[in-house]
Design a binder for this molecule. Structure first.
Ligand SMILES: [Zn+2]
Length: 250
């Protein structure tokens, strides 16, 4: 390895720091979005509850009206009971009166049930409203913290980016382009250190994908400054810092 590969190793360490801070920035922004969504879903739930209350009220109003009409009918039937001329007529009116009264009592029960539903839904709405208020406060807090953090992270990113650019200028264009491409594929991980396998069958593996690497590649890296990529994952292969540790046996 020589200046090119050493430069890439330096670039990789800067790239790692850059990605780490960018990830932190993304995370703190994501937290705000998550909480915004929570507020929105609570607001939707509140809207739905209020709509439900509205519909129930319409229903109970309708029943109230029906009850009033039937009350009028009952009053009229009572009057006809007093003016009935025959027993038969009296019995007929009485039956009708009783039926209407029974209907009314059913409607009253229904209205009571609806009123209870309204009460429960209104209590539920209040609870949701409280949750919204609380969640909004948390959101504001998170937003403020995120804004402060974002400024800090942006400054860090700019600083590290400048460092990245500086290191990149020391690397020839072709290897730099390869580095960028592989970094995009592997979330910033463009280089892979070759690991030496201990045991009965000694050999070398790519530290990125753990596939075997031929000893010739290791020899080349020891003697030259060429870009050698893992045939499996295409990462740029480099030797570990303890160079002696990697000397091939053959
Ligand atoms: Zn590999």
């Amino acid at each position: 390895m020589g200046p090119v590969l050493n430069g890439l190793m330096k670039l990789q360490s800067v790239e790692n720091r850059l990605r780490a801070v960018k990830a932190k920035l993304a995370r703190c922004r994501r937290n705000v979005i998550i909480q915004e969504n929570q507020v929105r879903s609570l607001q939707n739930a509140l809207e739905a509850k209020k709509e439900e209350v509205q519909l129930t009220k319409v229903q109970s109003d309708r029943l109230e009206l029906e009850l009033k009409t039937k009350d009028g009918a009952i009053a009229r039937l009572r009057a006809s009971l007093n003016t009935a001329k025959t027993n038969k007529e009296y019995a007929a009116v009485l039956t009708m009166l009783n039926t209407t009264k029974a209907d009314n009592s059913k409607i009253e029960t229904q209205i009571l049930e609806l009123l209870r539903d309204i009460e429960a839904d209104e209590a539920e709405s209040e609870k949701i409203q409280n949750q919204i208020d609380e969640q909004k406060q948390t959101l504001e807090q998170t937003r403020k913290e995120a804004e402060t953090l974002a400024i800090k992270y942006q400054a860090e990113i700019e600083e590290i980016q400048a460092e990245w650019d500086q290191v990149a200028r020391t690397i020839p264009d072709e290897p730099l382009q390869v580095f960028k491409r592989v970094a995009e594929t592997y979330d910033g991980e463009a280089l892979a250190v070759i690991d030496r396998q201990e045991g009965k069958t000694e050999g070398y593996t790519c530290g990125g994908c753990f596939m075997g690497i031929i000893a010739e590649a290791v020899n080349l890296l020891m003697t030259k400054d060429d870009i050698i990529r893992c045939p499996n994952c295409t990462r740029i292969l480099v030797l570990g810092t303890e160079k002696g540790y990697l000397i091939p046996d053959a």
